[in-house]
Write a protein that binds this ligand. Structure first.
Ligand code: HDD
Length: 708
């Protein structure tokens, strides 16, 4: 053991008592022995200047109990570096998890774009994809009700393409001018510094109540989309209309959609809340474990393509980012797939330092005039300058293009390149190898005609952006009755946290334009005596055809692939039943985790030890998609008195999960007041359990909670 002088006794130890190998002019403490603890061949520890370090335990002192000397350059360098280890977190999307992977094109878009990444079928383009929550800080939980960021950096042969989207296809506001207001309203309130990572507070809903353009996005935010089960089970959207430009210079509008191979799935609200205490890192861990297990998450990339003339016929303006184009109107065309197959080596170097920017597009992809997108084109580069400390953040490995790049940008903080030669300007005639612009290969902006209406320059909101309610109504009416009930309940929950009565009333007033039944349900849920008046709508609300593609309950994939099942065992459990169930579950692609009252495992009926993946009290059922339990009657009776065991089943039941419960478990179900239904089966019936576990027991919901 190392003898670091932490006590007076140790400090008084005479230097002459130390092993001779540590005695030298400067060694008065004992350091070397720590090196013995791990095997392998370790390089010598050095300072950042490369100076070898002899003692990494003790600072330099004139005598064993004397003050630390300023001369200790090793200590000063180490502490100084540590003091500067953190950089400003992202003002939004601070909490995120990311992975490396590739994008593979399956259908060429050559007809529409020159971008190689979208024309060379079969080529795998490296990507780095970061998912995030929006409102919370970097250390906040993974499962609040929040929009999720879905940002993909494609390292294409023609430079980086960043598709910086969300898991929702529309946005809260129409003009970038309002973004700081929106973010200030949703973030923790500045005087009290709470709530963290939550929209359920006065300032957010005050802003919403005064900005009817938020209504469509509010419907999405209150839907189950904002409480995803897994980052692997989320859709992603580029949101804005972008442009493709082909070799002839013709332009086509495009919207991008990511669809998860595992299907789309959400949690129920009570589950999301409990996950916040069960596992702050639930989504990050889920992504990490899937990739580590070789169960690589995959998404299909699809496009919606339409021309200027098509757009003229839409009953909304596609340049308004609060509007989506229903896929019933413009179908989705699958063009490729993204697979995430490598977890970053270092969180800070990659996930934290990655810098996305919607302005990063290769030749052949261009922007539309969406005023939100136009503002974003400025914001991201600007924020990276302060977040990453200077203009050379593009040289950080995770941000650097993987294709050759040459320019005349020079110097600045943290310049990593050593450019040769005397020419750092263009045009020049002194050197033969300096970079030159290329009309043939270079980025060319689409030559869009000015569509001004002759009124000239102004701070103008187009009249075509004035209808704020029709698509909100379409989204609400496209949902299944249960999803509508979830939305109404979410609105009641959020507005119940709003103390200001006139704000609650104003929001319910807007809801009348969305759907009067919804408004009434929310008003009832809030205990309002009468429906507040609806504000005047700038445009008549249209009854657009519903879009069933916008539901998610119907679209949960009937599979156990990518899902995780917990099996509760204890001493005396029947090992055969456990083994059979496990085998059957793993055969259909589920991950199985054994939970036991002790993490060391359980001694089964046949005397063998079954190691556990989690201890019962620290592994609540919220972290599983379905649960099973195989217990002896004695252990069942004992655990029926254990709150963690009773909660395990009560929560699984309340969260509409399938339960496989043996006879020995019945005492716990009874203690939890659970009346078994079709979703509660015997663990010996593995196939019955698999069938039940492939979905949630939606018909159970009205029996376990009151929905608005
Ligand atoms: Fe943004 C980050 C997505 C509107 C300004 N945004 C950021 C990230 C995502 C989005 C996924 C995190 C990227 C990462 O993982 O590092 N943002 C969106 C979407 C929007 C949107 C889908 C609307 C369609 N954003 C938006 C506007 C502005 C910004 C209107 C400002 C005018 N966004 C930023 C930012 C951030 C950012 C301040 C914070 C950190 C960063 O950029 O790198 O520049």
């Amino acid at each position: 053991m190392a003898q670091t002088p932490t006590s007076r006794g140790a400090a008084k130890k005479s230097p002459s008592a130390l092993p001779s190998s540590t005695q030298s002019d400067s060694f008065r403490g004992n350091a070397g022995e720590l090196q013995q603890q791990a095997g392998g061949k370790h390089p010598v520890l050095t300072t950042q200047q490369g100076i070898p370090v002899a003692d990494n335990q003790n600072s330099l002192r004139p005598s064993p109990r004397g003050p630390t000397l300023l001369e200790d350059f090793i200590l000063r360098e180490k502490i100084t570096h540590f003091d500067h280890e953190r950089i400003p977190e992202r003002i939004v999307h601070a909490r995120g998890s990311a992975a490396h992977g590739f994008f593979e094109l399956t259908h060429s878009l050559k007809q529409y774009t020159t971008a190689k990444v979208l024309t060379e079928v079969g080529v795998q383009t490296p990507v780095f994809t970061r998912f995030s929550t929006v409102a919370g800080g970097a250390g906040s939980v993974d499962t609040p009700r929040d929009v999720r960021g879905f940002a993909v950096k494609f390292y294409t042969p023609e430079g980086n393409w960043d598709l910086v989207g969300n898991n929702i296809p529309v946005f809260f506001i129409q003009d970038a001018m309002k973004f700081p207001d929106l973010v200030h309203a949703v973030k923790m309130e500045p005087d009290r510094a709470f709530p963290q990572a939550a929209s359920a507070h006065d300032t957010f809903w005050d802003f919403v109540s005064l900005m009817p353009e938020t209504m469509h996005m509010i419907m999405w935010a209150m839907s189950d989309r904002t409480i995803p089960r897994s980052l692997r089970m989320m859709e992603g959207f580029g949101v804005h209309s972008f442009r493709f430009v082909n070799a002839a210079g013709d332009s086509t509008f495009v919207k991008f959609h990511w669809r998860p191979k595992l299907g789309i799935q959400s949690t129920v609200w009570d589950e999301a809340v409990k996950l916040q205490s069960a596992d702050n890192d639930f989504h990050r861990r889920d992504l990490f474990e899937a990739i580590e297990a070789g169960d690589f998450p995959e998404w299909e990339l699809s496009v919606q393509l339409f021309t200027e003339e098509d757009a003229e016929r839409f009953p909304f303006d596609h340049l308004d980012p609060t509007k989506l184009i229903p896929e019933e109107l413009v179908p989705l065309q699958p063009i490729g797939r993204m697979v995430l197959n490598r977890w970053p080596d270092n969180f800070f170097a990659e996930t934290e330092q990655v810098a996305f920017c919607p302005a990063n597009v290769p030749p052949g992809i261009d922007f539309s005039n969406d005023p939100l997108l136009q503002g974003r084109l400025f914001s991201y580069l600007d924020t990276q300058l302060s977040r990453l400390g200077g203009p050379n953040f593009t040289q950080i490995p995770i941000n650097a293009p993987k294709c050759p790049f040459h320019n005349m940008q020079r110097d600045g903080h943290m310049q990593m390149q050593v450019p040769k030669g005397r020419v750092a300007y263009e045009p020049s005639s002194l050197q033969g190898d300096t970079p030159r612009a290329s009309l043939a290969q270079g980025f060319r902006h689409f030559a869009q005609a000015d569509d001004g209406d002759g009124r000239g320059k102004g701070r103008i909101r187009p009249e075509s952006f004035a209808d704020h309610y029709s698509q909100a109504r379409m989204f609400f009416r496209s949902q299944s009755p249960l999803e509508q009930a979830h939305m109404a309940s979410a609105l009641v929950f959020e507005l119940s946290k709003v103390a200001t009565v006139h704000v609650r009333e104003a929001v319910v007033g807007h809801l009348q334009h969305v759907d009067t039944d919804l408004a009434q349900r929310v008003a009832d849920g809030l205990g309002m005596q009468a429906l507040p008046p609806a504000p005047t709508a700038a445009e008549p609300v249209q009854d657009l055809p519903p879009s069933p593609a916008l539901r998610i309950i119907d679209r949960m994939k009937p599979t156990l692939q990518g899902r995780c099942i917990g099996i509760l065992v204890a001493d005396g459990s029947n090992g055969n039943t456990v083994a059979n169930l496990r085998k059957a579950l793993e055969k259909v692609g589920a991950t199985v985790k054994i939970v036991s009252p002790k993490v060391g495992g359980a001694v089964l009926k046949d005397g063998t030890l079954l190691p556990a993946d989690g201890q019962l009290q620290g592994t609540p059922s919220v972290v599983f998609d379905a649960v099973a339990s195989i217990l002896s009657p004695d252990m069942g009776a004992l655990l029926a008195k254990e709150a963690a065991a009773v909660d395990w089943f009560r929560d699984a039941f309340g969260h509409l999960k399938a339960i496989a419960a043996c006879k020995g478990t019945q005492a716990i179900l009874q203690a939890g007041g659970i009346e078994p239904d079709a979703g509660v089966v015997d663990p010996a019936d593995a196939q019955g359990f698999i069938a039940a576990a492939q979905t949630r027991q939606w018909e159970r919901e009205p029996k376990v909670r009151t929905l608005a």
